[in-house]
Write a protein that binds this ligand. Structure first.
Ligand SMILES: *Cc1c(COP(=O)(O)O)cnc(C)c1O
Length: 443
């Protein structure tokens, strides 16, 4: 044997690593089953949607559109995608739906690819005023090389300053007027924005990511009827489907120009920004649309009522809640001002107690890493059966954690006890399912 060389054979199985990941997944299930999950962009998947994720669709490819494929073996999937499109059109009462985008961000990039060229101008909100990164300099809009100009914002009304925005659109004549909001308390003034945009030959793009399920449940605004040319969204926020995105439009495609508009949108998605588009997610989207057609109205209504009641309760307990004059919120969200630069610390503190939220910028914040607010959402608590009276319990947990500074250990125990009664999913078929018990699938 050569010196310095050891021929020891170490026998090790990588299965340990598999068990490690499985253990983490179980722990994560348990965490979310025993806490108050209140991140406004999240939700839990219904059992029937979940079933689609473990079907053979997962392993397959389909490029193109139903009936026009680059791969064989798509005939059955074609029926599923056609049904998903049909249900999406029904849900949003519109002429055109694309269920392929693999995320809300992907849907946005596809739209930007379709409707604007590098160097051209689009108007959008500032990140500090609640815009999403995909319409920001560091996100998709930046990737597309778009020149972004910000709308003026009204802090008190937590909304676009519409007079200022109309003047801006008239002056800069953008290619696109964008409306995308991750802090989305009140409906945007779409009618006025769309009119101003159309007067200068621009399209109005409504990114409904957060509020897609509220719109589909007819409890928010109706962007396609108010003048938006195209609407994108995530299929996993207030629309409680699989993680993914979609695009809808009410352009009828009845003239050459209109057909060309829709064709550009379709080309934006494929070949633009997808190849395989996660067929199991498309199947799960179809089921989520059907469930939302059945239960979406009641779900959206209860979600918003819960947000309004929780905001009122938090305000009464001494929290500074945005939008007071307008009733705090008309969506699933609540924005709290916690103190200058205190958002991160506050979100960590309540996470230790079992309340999962995120720090968020509020108007005036300049450093996104040290924001001054917390953003809350009621869509998941609503889905597991909570109503107005439970919002009073939830508000008290916030007070005990952030105002009374109670011990996180004690609070965590109390929250775990409180959560025991809310373990099944509502507003879906096969309601009784214990939504967080996924790990029982593999024994
Ligand atoms: C969440 C969000 C997105 C991105 O959606 P993903 O599905 O996470 O990619 C886009 N726009 C807005 C306004 C959002 O809030």
């Amino acid at each position: 044997m050569k010196s310095g060389y050891s021929a020891t054979v170490i026998f090790m199985s990588w299965y340990n690593e598999v068990e490690y990941i499985r253990t983490q997944a179980k722990k994560n299930n348990e965490l979310f089953a025993s806490s108050l999950p209140m991140i406004a962009s999240e939700n839990v998947l219904s059992p029937l949607c979940r079933e689609m994720l473990i079907t053979d669709f997962h392993g397959r490819y389909a490029e193109g559109t139903p009936g026009h494929r680059y791969y064989e073996g798509c005939d059955i999937f074609d029926k599923v995608e056609e049904k998903a499109i049909e249900l999406a059109k029904k849900l949003f009462s519109c002429h055109y739906a694309d269920v392929r985008p693999t995320a809300g961000t992907t849907a946005n990039i596809a739209i930007l690819k379709a409707l604007i060229k590098p160097g051209e101008t689009a108007c959008a909100l500032d990140l500090a005023n609640g815009a999403h990164i995909s319409f920001g300099k560091w996100g998709a809009a930046g990737v597309r090389g778009i020149n972004l100009i910000s709308y003026p914002f009204n802090d008190e009304e937590m909304n676009i300053d519409i007079d200022g925005a109309v003047k801006l659109i008239k002056k800069v004549k953008p290619k696109l007027a964008l409306n995308g909001r991750s802090v989305f308390l009140f409906p945007s003034p779409i009618q006025e924005l769309a009119e101003a945009a159309h007067n200068v030959g621009a399209y109005l793009v409504y990114d409904a990511a957060h509020v897609l399920g509220l719109i589909a449940g007819k409890q928010f605004q109706d962007p396609l009827r108010e003048g938006a040319d195209v609407m994108s969204g995530s299929t996993h926020k207030t629309l409680p489907g699989p993680q993914g995105g979609m695009i809808v439009s009410n352009h009828p495609g009845d003239t050459d120009e209109d057909r060309s508009f829709l064709k550009k949108l379709s080309f934006g998605v494929f070949p633009g920004v997808t190849s395989s588009y996660h067929l199991h997610h498309v199947a799960a989207k179809a089921i989520a649309y059907a469930e939302h057609l059945e239960f979406g109205k009641a779900y959206a209504k209860q979600t918003i009522q819960n947000a309004q009641h929780l905001a009122q309760e938090l305000h009464s307990l001494g929290f500074q809640v945005f939008g007071e004059k307008l009733g705090f919120t008309k969506s699933h969200q609540i924005l709290l001002a916690i103190g200058p630069g205190q958002g991160k610390q506050a979100s960590k503190k309540i996470a230790d107690c079992g309340i999962i939220t995120n720090m968020n910028t509020i108007p005036g914040d300049e450093d996104p890493l040290n924001p001054s607010g917390l953003r809350l959402g009621t869509q998941e608590l609503t889905r597991i059966g909570m109503k107005k009276s439970e919002m009073e319990d939830v508000a008290l947990f916030y007070k005990r954690a952030l105002i009374d500074n109670e011990s996180p250990k004690k609070l965590k125990k109390d929250i775990k006890e409180f959560r025991k009664e809310y373990q099944t999913l509502h507003y879906c078929f096969k309601e009784g399912f214990r939504g967080y018990d996924y790990h029982t699938l593999v024994k």
